[in-house]
Design a protein around this ligand. Structure first.
Ligand code: PXP
Length: 243
């Protein structure tokens, strides 16, 4: 049994937007990730468009050859985007404008009629539904009731846990993944995963997919910095040759 690796390209857009340039392009990053063996690409279209833009989402949809997971808040505006773009999966995440990144799981239990209706409209449109939730039994049951095919377990608490809390958090994830599987749900996991802490998560047999962004883009800086300096030196040398 394997585990699907989906790569979140939001952070490429963050670097681009810091300068208002057209590079680096998250779609180009997606193509590199796919070529390197990623099973899918994830992007979060936030309500404030702080990284991924509407145009990015369109380009990603047109270009991705593996699997496109669109993360979004459960709002009417985002629903309209999803119905138009038709990603392979929509992952519903909670969103607060002032947060630096997604902080908690979605409250599938107390989302009320509005969340129920939004989930139904996605499912009826034939879009696979995933809910990003904390590893909690009641949230798993509620996700199933909302028609989700998949849950994505929030691994943030596990990733930031220290000492004895770490195995405790891991055991919560394991229990939740097994329970969700037993209830017929596919299980993904994500948030804060690195090549160090992802090992124990991948060891949980009930987890079929991980969504990882920040750590991979961070590692890519050091994987590529040496070559980038050398490329710049070569460009300057070409200039000097034209003096
Ligand atoms: N999964 C979800 C639902 C997320 O919101 C995020 C962050 O955008 C991730 C996974 C990826 O988290 P990270 O960038 O910390 O790997």
């Amino acid at each position: 049994m394997t585990i699907r690796l989906h790569i979140n390209v939001d952070h490429v857009a963050t670097i681009r937007n810091a300068r208002g340039t057209i590079y680096p392009d998250p779609s180009f990053a997606a193509a590199v990730c796919e070529r390197a063996g990623a099973d899918g690409i994830t992007a979060h279209l936030r309500e404030d468009r702080r990284h991924i833009s509407d145009a990015d989402v369109e380009k990603l949809r047109a270009q991705i050859t593996t699997f496109f997971n669109l993360e979004m808040a459960p709002t009417e505006e985002m629903l309209q985007v999803a119905l138009r773009i038709r990603p392979d999966t929509v992952t519903l995440v909670p969103e607060r404008r002032e947060e630096r990144t997604t902080e908690g799981g979605l409250d599938a239990l107390r989302g009320g009629a509005a969340l129920g209706l939004l989930c139904r409209r996605l499912v009826e449109a034939g879009i696979r539904l995933s809910l990003f939730i904390a590893p909690d039994d009641a949230q798993i049951e509620a996700s199933r009731d909302l028609g989700a095919t998949q849950i994505e377990l929030h691994t943030g608490e596990y990733c930031s846990a220290q000492g004895t809390q770490r195995p405790e958090q891991l055991s919560l994830l394991r229990h939740a993944a097994q329970r969700a599987n037993a209830r017929g749900l596919e299980v993904a996991a994500g948030h804060g995963l690195t090549r160090h802490n992802a090992v124990e998560v991948a060891a949980i047999a009930a987890i079929a997919e991980v969504n990882i962004g920040h750590a991979i883009i961070s590692d890519a800086i050091f994987g590529g910095l040496d070559a980038a300096v050398r490329d710049m030196r070569a460009a300057l040398e070409r200039g000097i040759g034209m003096r």
